[in-house]
Design a protein around this ligand. Sequence first.
Ligand code: SF4
Length: 621
Amino acid sequence: MEEKQLLMEKLDRILPKVQKPARYIGGEIGSIVKSPQDVAVRFAFCFPDLYEIGMSHLGMKILYSLINSRPDFWCERVFAPDMDMRDCMKEQGIPLYGLESLEPIKDFDMIGFTLQYELSFTTILDMLDLAGLPVRSSQRKELYPIVIAGGPCACNPEPLADFIDLFVLGEGEEVNLELMDLYKQAKAEGWSKEAFLKAASQIQGIYVPSLYQVAYNPDGTVASITSEEGAPAKVTKRIVADLDCIFYPESFVVPAVEAVHDRAMVEVLRGCARGCRFCQAGFIYRPFREKEPGTLNSYGKALCDSTGYDEISLTSLSTSDYTRLEPLLDTLLDWTEKEKVNLSLPSLRVDNFSDSLAEKITRVRKSGLTFAPEAGTQRIRDVINKNITEEEILRTCTMAFEGGYTSVKLYFMLGLPTETMEDVEGIAQLAQKIVNLYYENPNKPKGKGVNVTVSAAGFVPKPFTPFEFEPQDTIEQFAAKQRHLVESVRTKKISVKYHNNKVSFLEAVLARGDRRLCAAMEQAWRKGCVLEGWDEHFSLETWLETLAECGLDPAFYANRRRSFEEVTPWSHLDYGVTKDFLIRENKKAHGDRTTPNCLLQCSACGASGLYPDGEGRWPCP
Ligand code: SF4
């Protein structure tokens, strides 16, 4: 108690000196405070980025409410402090603390990180250090705190293998509670950390990296990955079979500082039926599963009532693929229009954007419209299995312009496999056709021009996708393509934005990295790499220097083509989709051949084998 009092006094002194102090004090509407004496397991849910980013994250909201729904568990939120606060905390000796109790997380039972993007990895080390804990798992000897991590980047967790005690693969709702129950037993019975980790490795979806040995070939590729102490040779991710029966929060913590996405979020489906070959989320979240419209309507209502939000976002990887979207919108619009609650659909596809759907969404929202054609030419769209035609893109834009939209944002990728400069020009040509369409529309709003924004990201090959074998373009190749894109644009109505090539390069190194990168990760962090998702803190130069010191070649990870036979650093992890399927899809990509989406035909990717009945089912939806 004294320690807490001291911490609060120090906070009183430093908070007036930092920007956005409300990030650091908790007490928001919806936050859950319990008495430490009444709970058996305390959990710190850590988001390795700033408050406004973390507070937008749906997974955190779900797990926070789920864990807190158990009277014997208490979950608190922890975000990375911004640099000014970090400096003050170090200066004043304030350890990283939970926002609900304002108590140091080093005294909690479990510390869980969510791995949303590779550039947050060094911030995890920084948060452990700020907490007053050794960053290496082997140096944390006690049962508490156990440091765990989950989320999309856990599908290749090897660059973090030396720091994290265990990884949770797949959907967390069931497995997190099983893990916490096991921890509760371990704590009550006084198990060692080793005994706990060994027992945890027997739960499906739990990967304990210290129980696996990795051997390398002379050329640096992985020779073998061997499990020890009875840990399974392959760790299979978890899924929730029936989404209508699973927990969903009725309330969110309402951010005290404006978050990136500050609204009621209703998750309509999981997985994606599409199979775009570059998209990791599209494969690692398979199989495709939907919730019932009635369930979703009640979530939306409950969330608006409890939080006062006036916007509901229907979220998923591809919300317009929801097979009952129009009935759902009808049900929601029944009350949202009366209560002046906006609906937003962040992930729309152009090929199933019907007139009546456009009419429904334009009844509540008339700002910009966002689509992701990903590539400018049909050939590359076939390579990546985007399964949309130019005609569909233009038809959708026509409908949007007729519905009153005056700006369109289009997402593309540069550096996709087999891409040529002609394909790059195709992006500018497609944007030009959309501009022309606007001016051909007789009903365009008077006196208003159109604005087409082309946002071009660098392609990053990711594990568990058909492109996991592909080399990434070099930084120089990316730069040449970006220049060519800008030069190909002929009007000011089109603005081009592109990502930092250096960031895409480091993402590619880390995404397909092995555990030898852990040494470089620690050293890069010790040299000051932290909050690297923010341009002002990102330094590829520091990483290059560090990788060289560690005897590692970044091009080996980013720019090298892998053979289909190579043992990947993630080959002991099973996300449902089989390697045979990924190879088939890769070969089809190089033959410009497409694969139909799961709603039309099953392509036997293997994900249906994840259902607990073991038999698999098709169609997955
Ligand atoms: S098993 Fe078939 S339907 Fe299910 S996700 Fe895979 S390809 Fe799609």
